[in-house]
Every structure is written in C-alpha cells, then in structure tokens.
Design a protein around this ligand. Structure first.
Ligand code: NAD
Length: 254
C-alpha cells in the first residue's frame, strides 16, 4: 500500500536515528511531508537526503525538545514550510542508567524528565494549538516504552517519565480526542536495535539485576515500530484514541 499519509504534514522528533529515522522514512514513503527534528544536525540531514533520494519530501530542523524556543520554532517551521501540521510524533528520548531512586542523582532525574517528559509536554501543547484550529484536526503519537507500563524496564527516572507520558497521552485522548479534534495514542516498544544504548553510561547494578529478572529481551527492528506508528497516524486508525500499544515481541506477556 502507498500514500496512506498523502497530503499530511508530520513532525517527528528524534528523527536522526533509530525509530525516529525509520518512522520519518516510512511516513515520507507513504506521502507525508516530514519535518525532521533532532539535536543531531548531521543525522537529520542524512535522513532528509535519503528521503529525497527515494522521491519523498522532508525538511530538517535542528531542535532541542527541552527548549521552549526550539519547540515553538519547529512548529512554526512546519506550518511555514508545508502549510499545516497534521501529525506529531514525540519520539526523541534517552535511557537512564537503570538507577533505582535510592541512587538517583538530581542531575540524572532532571535530564531524563526534561527530555522524555517535559519536551513532549511542550510539543503537545504547541501542536494542539495549531491542530485544534485546523478543520481536519490532528494526530499525536507518543513513543513511550514498556517502561511506561511496567516497573523495571528502566530506572526510576525513565520509568516515571514514560508512565507520565502514558498519562499525558490518555488525558489528550480524553479531552481533545473526544471533545476536540486531536486524537492521541502511545506506542510502548520493548527492546529495539537503535543507538539508545549509547545513553546508558554507567548501569546501576541493582537496576540491572531487576531488569535481568524480567527475562531475555526479544529485540525488534526500528521498522517494526514504524509500521505501528504509520497505522496509528493514518486515517485507518480513526477510531483508536487513548490506546497504549505495546510492540515488544512478547517480552511482557509473562
Ligand atoms: N530502543 C529501545 O529499546 C526503546 C524501547 C522502548 C522505548 N524507546 C523509546 O524510543 C524513542 C526513540 O529512541 P531510539 O531507541 O530510536 O533511540 P536513538 O538514540 O537511536 O534515537 C533517539 C534520537 O533522539 C534524539 N534526541 C535526544 N535528545 C534529544 C533532545 N533533547 N531533543 C531532540 N532530539 C533528541 C537523539 O539525538 C537521537 O537521534 C525514545 O523515546 C525511547 O525512550 C526505545
């Protein structure tokens, strides 16, 4: 199937690597004009070139999701460059060090919460202001994690941030999705082969013990998550609102 997102304009954060890159490339292949937002300028430039070589449309905008001016900047950039904003994928994120709260430093807590939660809050706020004014509304997809549904797939900070992102998704769905024009869902991936391991710098032994007790982690590919994001972003999912869809190869079934 092609053109499942024909005519749509999407912002994807964390588009320079991993799942964000795969989501951006698939969205463009399906007809969306994609704004690639990431702190990694080289990464998003390479993704832009790959999309254009494949015949798609994309624009790169260096964005730190933590900074309000960058958030406002990327929303303005999307509407000025492509005329509207239909889809926001809050995908940018980092791991913590699997640190339980007893060992959690303020610095690790604040960094993880800022990127994984405050950034998406700012982006949802700004995007909704645009989407609610459009006749056709919009769609938000938050890339959470099974760490947003279970206790030991990350440290305390990651687990809290992702649980809160799930709560944000449900609140948007219950308000704008039901009584406004913006549908929202979250994805909860399990283990996926990306560059996120590089953000684990000093794994905490107790946190790792708790992780290992969850059993062997099946490892998926970014494209498998992109397929889910595409479905949720498309009109095929028009009645799906406020769901948190796991894609973890069965890691959490027992
Ligand atoms: N890989 C996994 O196993 C896994 C599992 C569950 C959930 N997730 C979530 O998936 C999302 C994508 O992660 P990934 O695995 O593709 O990782 P990745 O490291 O390959 O990509 C993340 C991207 O986010 C960008 N980024 C980091 N901080 C940013 C900031 N402040 N502003 C803008 N961009 C920023 C990075 O530059 C990078 O390009 C994250 O939210 C992560 O928590 C990952």
């Amino acid at each position: 199937m092609v053109d499942r997102l024909a005519g749509k304009v999407a912002i994807v954060t964390g588009a320079g690597s991993g799942m964000g890159k795969a989501i951006s490339q698939l969205f463009a292949k399906e007809g969306a004009k994609v704004v690639l937002a990431d702190i990694n300028a080289q990464g998003i430039e390479e993704v832009k070139q790959a999309i254009e070589q494949a015949g798609g449309q994309a624009a790169a905008k260096v964005t730190n999701v933590v900074k309000q001016e960058d958030v406002d900047g990327v929303i303005d950039f999307a509407t000025q460059t492509f005329g509207q904003l239909d889809i926001l994928v809050n995908n940018a994120g980092i791991m913590d060090n699997f640190t339980p709260v007893g060992n959690l430093t303020d610095a690790e807590y604040e960094r993880v919460m800022a990127i994984n939660l405050t950034g998406p809050v700012k982006l949802c706020r700004a995007a909704i202001q645009v989407m609610e004014k459009q006749e056709t509304g919009g769609v938000i997809i938050n890339n959470a994690s099974v760490g947003g549904l279970f206790g030991t797939r990350g440290g305390a900070a990651y687990t809290m941030a992702k649980h809160a992102l799930v709560g944000l998704t449900k609140n948007i769905a219950g308000t704008y999705g039901r009584f406004g024009k913006v549908r929202a869902n979250a994805i909860a991936p399990g283990g996926v082969a990306t560059n996120i391991q590089t953000t684990i710098t000093a794994p905490d032994p107790l946190g790792m013990q708790a992780l290992q007790a969850t059993g062997e982690t099946p490892i998926g590919q970014p494209g498998q998550i992109a397929n889910l994001a595409l479905f949720l972003a498309s009109d095929e999912a028009s009645f799906i609102n406020g769901d948190i869809v796991k894609a973890d190869g069965g890691w959490t079934v027992n």
